[in-house]
Design a protein around this ligand. Structure first.
Ligand code: ADP
Ligand code: MN
Length: 365
């Protein structure tokens, strides 16, 4: 198996890799980010006297991409994919690794639409950053919704169907998309990518509509679109509430970390029973938002995985993810003393997302 550059990336640096089968995401990293992933694993590892039952979403580790290990620059060309899963962290740490190997969060999606929202108004750790960088990032924060709402769209990559090239983005939001500056590009693969200028140009008055564009650019034109958008908004709102409660328990500081939103834009995965099954949306675990799709003639691995179920039903049915939410980017994240409590800077951003999504849901009721 070979390493290739990611097909989908909403924001951030270049030079990242995925395995050709999209199973892992390999990101150039810093010792601090690796340490944070390791500390979360330790903090969240099950404790024997821990009799309290924990539900999915109650632990920080539930919200992070799965951490699989690290790689050094030379290894990335040498190692085969099956070996990646067995990289020895201690061995790798003896020389500083250059890459972190993570679960690829868009794996399993057919047409993922991706949104990266950076949280916090303080974008850098005052204890470890140079005065020049503190000043530069303070200005960025002050002039954007980072400063006013502790959140800012860093980038988004949205599927728009076959007609991406002729998509009238400017017509949809004429006031927001100042066409004199390039804030988006129309890709040849039916996607529109919004760069960091887009998020920086939004303010408190249009941020909600700016976020809604991520959901409605494609679904907005579909007969079931309104219902799908409502379902997605509701699911993400529940996730914010869960995540908010989870983060109250963690003595951490995440500077410049992001929430990575993904939803499925392939309409064939949105079966009508999922779209209109209110029961599922009232009771289902919001961490898991998925659909059962009939797939005939799947390969043998799938058949084995589903075992008796597939045999008794005479068909192969497969769970596919419809949306997900994760925290990413821990290059400037750390644990702090227990008595310093939770990360207010980060959490206020989630509080504001809760308000924004509640207002959007009102529009879609
Ligand atoms: P940085 O901003 O420092 O370059 P990030 O961790 O924020 O690094 O990642 C940048 C972008 O890469 C994100 O916006 C997202 O689109 C993509 N990305 C990061 N981690 C993953 C992952 N585990 N799976 C899939 N995509 C990812
Ligand atoms: Mn980032």
């Amino acid at each position: 198996m070979n390493y290739v550059h990611p097909i989908h990336q909403a924001a951030g640096h270049d030079g990242y890799f995925t395995a050709e089968d999209n199973s892992v995401f390999i990101k150039a990293t810093t010792p601090q980010e690796i340490q944070f992933y390791q500390q979360v694993q330790e903090f969240d590892s099950p404790n024997e006297d821990d009799s309290e039952s924990s539900y999915s979403g109650s632990k920080l580790i539930d919200w992070l991409p799965i951490f699989m290990g690290t790689l050094s620059e030379s290894a990335i060309t040498e190692r085969q994919i099956d070996q990646i899963y067995h990289v020895d962290i201690d061995e790798a740490a003896s020389k500083i690794p250059d890459y972190i190997v993570l679960q690829n969060l868009y794996h399993g999606f057919s047409k993922p639409s991706i949104l990266d929202i950076k949280l916090g108004s303080l974008l850098t750790d005052p204890e470890t950053t140079t005065p020049e960088k503190i000043e530069r990032l303070r200005k960025v924060s002050e002039s954007t919704t980072s400063g006013s709402l502790n959140l800012r769209i860093c980038g988004m990559k949205v599927y728009t169907g076959q007609n991406a090239n002729s998509y009238p983005v400017e017509e949809i939001f004429p006031n927001m998309l100042d066409t004199s500056i390039d804030k988006h590009t129309v890709d040849k693969d039916s996607y529109i990518t919004f760069n960091k200028v887009y998020g920086r140009s939004l303010d408190v008055n249009n941020i909600a509509q700016g976020i809604l564009l991520y959901f409605k650019l494609y679904f907005g034109n579909h007969p079931h679109g309104k219902r799908i958008i409502f379902n997605l908004l509701t699911t993400f709102l529940r996730r914010f509430e869960l995540l908010y409660n989870c983060l109250l328990e963690y003595p951490i500081r995440i500077y410049s970390g992001s929430l990575l939103f993904i939803y499925e834009s392939d309409l064939t995965k949105w079966t009508e029973d999922v779209i209109y099954d209110t029961e599922t949306y009232e009771t289902a675990d919001p961490m898991i938002n998925e659909s059962l799709v009939d797939e005939y003639g799947q390969d043998e691995d799938d058949i084995e995985e589903l075992g008796d179920f597939a045999t008794t039903h005479g068909i192969i049915e497969k769970f596919v993810p419809l949306s997900s939410l994760h925290i990413i980017d821990f290059a400037h994240a750390k644990f702090v003393d227990e008595e310093l409590s939770y990360d207010e800077n980060f959490i206020i951003g989630i509080e504001n997302l809760i308000k924004i999504f509640k207002s959007l849901i009102e529009q879609y009721k």
